[in-house]
Design a protein around this ligand. Structure first.
Ligand SMILES: Cc1cc2nc3c(=O)[nH]c(=O)nc-3n(C[C@H](O)[C@H](O)[C@H](O)COP(=O)(O)O)c2cc1C
Length: 458
């Protein structure tokens, strides 16, 4: 033990700073939840006195915001039909609440490989490990997924199975939505009409796309051994909407041979103050060399000045922390897009540390000039990059995480939040394992449950 009073003073000061940081994080989180509660309360009153008992509970588990959006639309539909509704995130849901509820609508997506959204991790751990007595509960389930994944609607099915085993009774068969398919969403709305007894409610599908114009497109990695990556910028045709760092754009694909092939999602790499939505998009190629449907269209076929239909979606689980909270940003390839939006939104108060991996230093050091400027201004406290195809390097970003274990622990102990953006396979799983090694699996799980570990992976 040291007797040096100055060192004690430093230690006490550091501890006070750390406690203040935690207090700010908790306060911000509470404020966001209070705002959601107030919004939810506005729908809760609709059915009061109508004789149909308590408000319907609407619980959502969302990774990239679609389930949340549909939850609020569901609440509005019920409330317009005279039935009160209460909206909660799975992050705030517990068995007690379900026990005390007679009707619930659950809207859940699946992420990873059949996994629950991060915000549902705590509920899965605390509630779904064993059955509960939910014999008084009737439920409807909307499961969002994508059939191109092996475990289609995996988490939705897990929730359905657990509710049934717990004695809850389904109001109707689970409605599965494949890649936002409008027909399935309309089917859900018809089930809601059964609850409200309304036959006249207009069909709703997710909000329509807005027109955006392509104003710039630059190939950023000529000569790279990897696929071509393009920096694209779109301007709103009219007055641009608001969005936050971490949000996602859903781009509607044009009709081909009478078929509309759906939409693609991209992480937004810019802020409203840039006056435009920017992306970093890799041109995907099929094994025969033919360009991918969406990336081929956006990076090759669409002319400068051409218009596309796009809507911006709130991706709450990837929104940044309080300005004073240090951020650890980890990513690979085009994943730097989502991290760049966070860097743009940062000040030197909390600062950031970027760990990034790509193929070659010479061709793939994306946004290098900007990163150097952020290093100079103090927004970026530290920059660790690796290049897997460079002789003498050969590392991936998870190797950077492993090599920096001690410093990562230090940052996390000082209250830092971790944000990962890039490829699901290989990168995000490798980074997750390296974080568990560095910080301990319990710490990583707690950070995930507390929203201090956000992921936007694809
Ligand atoms: C990284 C990633 C992994 C996914 N994994 C699955 C999966 O295993 N099974 C599935 O049915 N859908 C999967 N999906 C599709 C999502 O469930 C679907 O896009 C859903 O609409 C997202 O809703 P959310 O925005 O509320 O999270 C995945 C999507 C992403 C981006």
């Amino acid at each position: 033990m040291t007797a040096d009073p100055q060192r004690w003073l430093w230690a006490v000061g550091a501890l006070a700073l750390w406690l203040a940081l935690i207090a700010v994080i908790v306060w911000r989180e509470r404020r966001a939840r209070a705002a959601a509660r107030a919004r939810s309360d506005a729908f809760a009153g609709a059915g009061a006195g109508a004789g149909e008992g308590q408000a319907v509970l609407i619980a959502f588990a969302s990774q990239t915001g679609f389930a949340e959006e549909l939850a609020w639309m569901t609440a509005r539909a019920l409330s317009d039909g005279g039935v009160g509704a209460r909206v909660v995130s799975f992050a705030d849901l517990d068995v007690q609440t379900l026990k005390a509820t007679d009707r619930a609508l659950l809207i859940v997506s699946t992420t990873g490989e059949g996994d629950p959204p991060d915000s549902a991790a705590r509920f899965v751990r605390k509630a779904m490990g064993e059955t509960a007595d939910l014999s008084g509960l009737r439920f409807g389930l909307l499961a969002l997924g994508d059939r191109s994944y092996d475990q289609f609607c995996g988490f939705g099915h897990a929730v359905d199975g657990w509710l049934r085993r717990s004695g809850a009774e389904p109001l109707f068969d689970t409605v599965e939505v494949d890649n936002g398919e409008a027909g399935a969403v309309r089917h859900w709305q018809h089930q809601l009409n059964q609850i409200t007894g309304s036959v006249t409610a207009p069909d709703w599908t997710p909000p329509a796309y807005d027109p955006w114009r392509l104003v710039e497109r630059t190939l950023v990695n000529p000569g790279s051994p990897g696929g071509e990556a393009y920096h694209l910028a779109f301007e709103f045709v009219g007055a641009a909407p608001e969005w936050s760092a971490g949000d996602i754009a859903e781009v509607g694909l044009p009709e081909r041979d009478g078929v509309t092939p759906g939409s693609r999602e991209y992480s937004i790499a810019s802020l409203p103050s840039d006056g435009r939505v920017e992306f970093l998009i890799r041109l995907m190629r099929h094994p025969d060399g033919a360009p991918g449907l969406a990336s081929g269209w956006l990076t090759q076929d669409l002319a400068l000045g051409g218009e596309i239909g796009m809507r911006l979606r709130t991706n709450r689980s990837f929104h940044g922390p309080a300005d004073e909270t240090p951020m650890i940003l980890i990513g690979n390839g085009t994943g730097i897009a989502g991290l760049r939006a966070h860097l743009k939104a940062r000040t030197a108060a909390g600062g950031a540390w970027l760990l990034f991996g790509e193929r070659t230093q010479a061709h793939d050091a994306f946004f290098d000039a900007e990163l150097q400027a952020w290093l100079a201004s103090g927004v970026l406290r530290r920059l660790d990059r690796c290049f897997s195809r460079d002789p003498g390097d050969g590392r991936y970003v998870q190797d950077l995480v492993a090599a920096a274990s001690d410093d990562l622990r230090d940052w996390v102990e000082r209250g830092a939040a971790i944000y990962v953006c890039g490829s699901l396979e290989g990168m995000s799983q490798g980074v997750h394992a390296a974080l568990e090694n560095a910080l301990g699996a319990d710490v990583v799980l707690t950070m995930l449950e507390d929203g201090r570990y956000g992921r936007d992976v694809y």
